[in-house]
Design a protein. Structure first.
Length: 251
């Protein structure tokens, strides 16, 4: 995608990957509108980046999505790039009774949320030049982490949805991108200080470089082994990865 001159709406822009991506895109001469639930985070990011704007949004709430979409289009009619980035990740227990609240929140935030957000904005995007819909999935959509089984499944589902939407929009002038991060140092799963995770600034630098190409899948080097998981040979990779993860994320 072109990296300058866009008007970009990014969900989950108040922290972590969303904030860092918003700041990198803002610095490259884009108009950036961030969103999320925590007003205090949104205000801090806008204060640190003059010219940025924010819209409160709860991606689990269809009414909030509709309201944010109406406001976004009214206040930023040039809006041409949607980055569906908001997500939650919580450990679960696929060996037992999955907590129903966790399951519904995770599926609603990570899977239904991006679908609904896109649906609310797609008619507008189809009227714009250089229109992009991007989704932050995860390498765990390609190789599940057993201790976050529901989360991993939402990201696999999102990947599948992206493939369908990309196919259907291929002649409509709207490109559909998937950003599939590996483990990155953010608040997600308390990984801010995790030595094994990729530093956030390094992830953003690599991601921006790939975003600036015509790639549909935005993969940093550390994500490629996971993405290369195809076909019947996946069990070795899934098992080896989960031997590591079950020790690292032992309750
Ligand atoms: N960090 C990693 O290792 C990693 C790896 C692969 C994929 N990812 C994906 O990257 C994305 C960003 O995660 P992160 O690592 O940057 O963690 P993060 O700092 O916790 O960011 C998640 C963001 O999502 C927003 N969010 C959560 N629930 C929301 C809701 N109901 N409505 C609106 N916004 C909501 C949060 O804002 P509020 O709480 O203020 O609403 C927050 O800004 C997620 O989709 C995650 O799955 C992360």
């Amino acid at each position: 995608m072109k990296l300058t001159g866009n008007t970009i709406f990014i969900t989950g822009g108040g922290s972590g990957i969303g904030r860092a991506l918003a700041e990198a895109l803002h610095a490259r001469g884009n108009t950036v509108i961030i969103s999320g639930r925590r007003r205090v985070n949104l205000d801090a990011v806008v204060a640190a980046n003059p010219g940025m704007a924010a819209i409160e949004l709860d991606i689990t709430d269809p009414a909030s999505i509709e309201a944010a979409a109406v406001r976004l289009i009214a206040e930023h009619p040039d809006f041409n790039v949607l980055i569906n980035n908001a997500g939650i990740m919580l450990p679960d227990q696929a060996t037992g009774r999955i907590d129903d609240k966790l399951m519904i929140e995770t599926v609603t935030t990570n899977f239904l949320g991006p679908i609904r957000m896109t649906a609310a904005l797609i008619e507008h995007l189809q009227t714009r030049n250089d229109a992009i819909i991007a989704y932050t999935s995860s390498v765990l959509g390609f190789v599940p982490m057993a201790v976050t089984a529901v989360y991993s499944a939402t990201k696999a589902a999102l990947h599948s949805y992206v493939l369908s939407q990309r196919f259907l929009l291929k002649d409509a002038g709207v490109r559909v991108l998937e950003i599939a991060p590996p483990w990155v140092r953010t608040d997600l799963m308390n990984s801010g200080d995790a030595e094994e995770a990729m530093p956030l600034d390094q992830f953003i630098a690599e991601t921006m470089a790939v975003l600036g190409t015509d790639a549909d899948e935005i993969l940093v080097e550390g994500a490629k082994t996971f993405r290369a998981n195809v076909g019947p040979n996946e069990h070795g990779l899934v098992n080896d990865f989960n031997e590591f993860a079950s020790i690292r994320f032992a309750a």
